[in-house]
Design a protein around this ligand. Structure first.
Ligand code: ZN
Length: 488
């Protein structure tokens, strides 16, 4: 098909027609998680947003090399140039090797992404596995004259860079303002100016992860890995770089400066950013107590949640908003998404059972074109979803025997639903009967614990009701001296 995909480029602040740099090949880099804790909604949104882009580019016929990194070194507390390494700190507190922390949370991240039906990227490089490439990158920037060595650390010279290039152009910041607001801090550290940022840090004695480099035994600055790994796997110029809006400054701004300084040219053609998720109108944060990780959604175990929500409900909830809009999470909003999704899934199931008639009395034409058009308009998933909802009406009328549909129209409708629901939006039927499902096990335990509580309160009505209804569903429940056992 003819490509009419328009995407919003954060750099130009406008929707641009997507034209790949290498004909039918697309190189796409997305900043992945720093693996020192469980994935939460803030991780689900970029993963799902760029999963949709990945799927849609594949649908348009492109060969996509999708690189999403794992940050396992160099990301310091408060995203700053000083402080403890986030993974190092977790390793110290839990008395583990840093790589044990990395492996543990990487495995859990993968599991959560799989449950959300997020396709794995083509390459998932780790920062710690690309130290040589990062050292080379620092050397290139030093050779080009845009960095300086101070006390064994290497810093990027933002002011010098800004004389030739423009620092701050992605986030719309002005270097004069930045210098003005931080000037009083200058000279207080080994950096020349506080706007400068670390490319290589000399490790202090208590810092666990460090490597040998020409300047010191140390570790790379956080922003460096994406410049080094992005250009290693996608080339000096590649198509798309994505991430959450919170990464625009300083992370992506620094990445542009590093790559431009080292290579003398712009690396990325289209910058894309998803907006953030708030919880009941508030920013998400560990200190605010509203930090809900994905597993807590799937099991309903967080106090802010009234129930468990399935991975597909979370995915649908995120897709019901355009990726550049903010999304406010609340239990009520997710309940509404759960209802909407099951209505859509029931309609799709009904569609697959319809039988054709010689002629159609319902109008179903044009659905494919409308959905394509919405996707091509900067991945407008909420509009695609609204078109699919509109199509439920004729499906239900035919299903109820009030209208008829021809074989051609029925095939087309089935094709379009399969394409947009499953292949592009990635909404699939969840298998609820698997006893290996953690959420499922926890839900049964929860019910049986409620039954124990009811028994202790001599509420025999409730306790019998739970037992009888679970038995009717095929569960075998055994009371033991410590509580209960069950199997299906
Ligand atoms: Zn990054």
């Amino acid at each position: 098909m003819e490509n009419k995909l328009y995407i919003y480029n954060t750099l130009s602040r406008t929707k641009e027609l997507f034209v790949s740099l290498h004909e039918n090949k697309v190189g796409m880099y997305v900043c992945g998680p720093t693996v020192y804790g469980d994935a939460h909604l803030g991780h689900a949104r970029p993963a799902i947003t760029f999963d949709i882009l990945f799927r849609y580019l594949l649908h348009l016929g492109y060969k996509v090399r999708y690189v999403r990194n794992i940050t396992d070194v160099g990301h310091l507390e408060n995203d700053a140039d000083s402080g403890e390494d986030k993974i190092g700190k977790k390793a110290r507190l839990d008395e583990l090797e840093p790589m044990e922390v990395v492996q543990f949370y990487t495995n859990r991240y993968h599991k959560a992404m799989e449950m959300l039906n997020v396709l794995p990227p083509s390459i998932e490089p780790h920062a710690s596995g690309h130290i040589m490439e990062q050292i080379d990158f620092v050397q290139k920037i030093l050779d080009a004259g845009y960095a300086y060595v101070s006390e064994g650390s290497v810093y990027f010279d933002v002011v010098k860079y800004n004389e030739k290039f423009q620092y701050g152009k992605l986030s719309g910041r002005n270097i004069e303002d930045m210098l003005e607001s931080t000037r009083s801090l200058d000279g207080q550290s080994e950096k020349r100016r506080s706007v400068d940022f670390a490319l290589w840090k000399k490790a202090s004695p208590e810092h666990i992860m460090h490597w040998k480099a020409p300047w010191s035994e140390g570790f790379p600055g956080w922003h460096l890995e994406c410049s080094a790994m992005g250009t290693k796997y996608l080339g000096e110029e590649f198509d798309i770089h994505g991430g959450g809006m919170d990464l625009m400054f300083p992370h992506h701004e620094c990445e542009i400066a590093q790559s431009t300084a080292a290579l003398g040219k712009e690396t990325v053609k289209y910058w894309m950013h998803n907006n953030m998720i708030t919880i009941n109108g508030q920013k998400m944060g560990k200190s605010l107590g509203n930090f809900i990780n994905l597993e807590e959604f799937f099991t309903g175990s967080h106090p802010l949640l009234t129930q468990a929500f399935s991975p597909m409900t979370v995915r649908f909830f995120i897709l019901q908003a355009h990726y550049r809009s903010t999304v406010d999470f609340s239990s009520e909003a997710l309940q509404a998404s759960e209802k909407g999704l099951s209505r859509l899934m029931e309609g799709y199931a009904r569609l697959q059972k319809l039988t054709p008639s010689p002629a159609s009395t319902v109008e179903t034409a044009g659905l494919r074109e409308r959905c394509e058009e919405a996707m091509c308009d900067d991945l407008n998933t909420p509009i695609v979803i609204s078109y699919l909802f509109d199509a439920l009406k004729p499906i239900n009328l035919v299903s109820d025997g009030k209208e008829t549909i021809s074989a051609i129209d029925l095939n087309e409708l089935n094709d379009v639903f399969k394409l947009f629901m499953e292949d592009i939006l990635g909404l699939i039927v969840e298998n609820e009967s698997t006893t290996d499902n953690d959420a499922y096990k926890k839900a049964i335990d929860l019910l049986l614990n409620m039954r124990l509580e009811a028994k202790q309160n001599k509420d025999w009505g409730t306790s019998d009701k739970i037992r009888n209804e679970l038995t009717a569903l095929g569960f075998e429940i055994k009371d033991t001296k410590d509580g209960f056992e069950w199997k299906i």
